[in-house]
Design a protein around this ligand. Structure first.
Ligand code: BDR
Ligand code: CA
Length: 303
């Protein structure tokens, strides 16, 4: 199996990404590293631990950054509730948080198996940027990097910026320019994988606890957007990253040169294209059917 690290801020959609990864025999989740993001770290850390245990896994869960590199923290309670996963109740975790900090755990895992570990990031990129500060050679150590973030010509947290990149634009900029050549999943592609009542029913019908919990996440998330009259904007962002490792042909990807606005202007956090040599593989097309098929199959494997 392919070894991955999942850096996340669960988060309804991070949670489904994590459960999908844990249900994949062809992936070995070495560690979950947690960041501030959809909710304060205390909440996202609690959710990550609870999800690992719900999946019957013993994956170590590391605490990461409580705040962005430079800006004040930005949370998303209007989308993910104060808890990060809305009103969905998760079992109280019993296993302790792993000792050590997330950024160092990323570096240690990469150094322990050079060229074998893929880093998947579905939250603000603070932990990844800190890992790069600790180990500027991280791009040579990792097998690959997959990131959900940004939006070309569109935002969701401001008129310009996507949430993960707005929440830590300095980290996003550092990560995109570090030589990782990441595969990037911006809003342009994640909005092609919609969350609807029919998809919620499809996931629930899988029947396992992981699938029913995932359906509860979809329901809670969709209900929140519907209450604000923006239900048609419901998109399954973060699971695209994990699914791309399991079924790459579910996505169309193009090499592009991209950057992030990190100056203190209205467009701060915006993903922009630049002329010049490509520095990322940007996913621009998705098959919604293929993405849900993979998720359902993997959630069905978690007893
Ligand atoms: C991203 O922001 C978060 O709210 C989601 O978990 C996803 O990672 C989408 O903009
Ligand atoms: Ca996320």
């Amino acid at each position: 199996p392919r070894s991955i690290l999942l850096d996340c801020d669960p988060g309804h959609d991070d949670a489904i990404a994590l459960l999908t990864a844990l249900g994949s025999p062809d992936l070995h989740v070495l560690a979950v590293t947690v960041t501030h993001g959809n909710a304060p770290l205390e909440r996202t850390l609690h959710n990550a631990r609870a999800l690992v245990e719900l999946a019957g896994a013993s994956t170590p869960v590391y605490a990461g950054a409580t705040r962005p590199l430079q800006r004040e923290p930005l949370y998303a309670p209007h989308i993910h509730g104060e808890s990060g996963v809305g009103n969905v109740r998760l079992p109280e975790p019993v296993r302790p948080v792993a000792s050590g900090v997330a950024a160092q755990a990323i570096v240690d895992a990469a150094r322990a198996a050079p060229g074998e570990v893929t880093l998947v990031a579905t939250g603000p990129l603070t932990n990844v940027a800190l890992a790069l500060q600790l180990a500027p050679d991280l791009p040579d150590l990792l097998a690959g990097t997959v990131i959900m973030g940004g939006g070309l010509e569109r935002g969701n947290a401001s008129a310009y910026a996507e949430f993960n990149f707005l929440a830590d634009p300095h980290a996003a900029r550092a990560v995109l320019n570090a030589g990782l050549n990441p595969t990037l999943f911006p809003l342009n592609v994640t909005h092609q994988v919609r969350v609807t009542r029919a998809r919620e029913a499809q996931v629930r019908a899988v029947g396992t606890v992981a699938a029913r919990t995932s359906a509860a996440f979809l329901d809670d998330y969709l209900t929140r957007l519907e209450a604000r009259d923006v239900g048609e904007r419901a998109a399954l962002h973060d699971p695209c990253t994990v699914v791309s490792l399991l079924q790459p042909d579910a996505f169309g990807v193009e090499a592009r040169r991209v950057d992030v606005v990190d100056e203190d202007v209205d467009a701060i956090g915006q993903l922009v294209e630049r002329p010049g040599e490509p520095n990322a593989r940007v996913a621009l097309r998705a098959s919604e059917d293929a993405v849900y098929a993979v998720i359902c199959e993997r959630l069905g494997r978690l007893a």
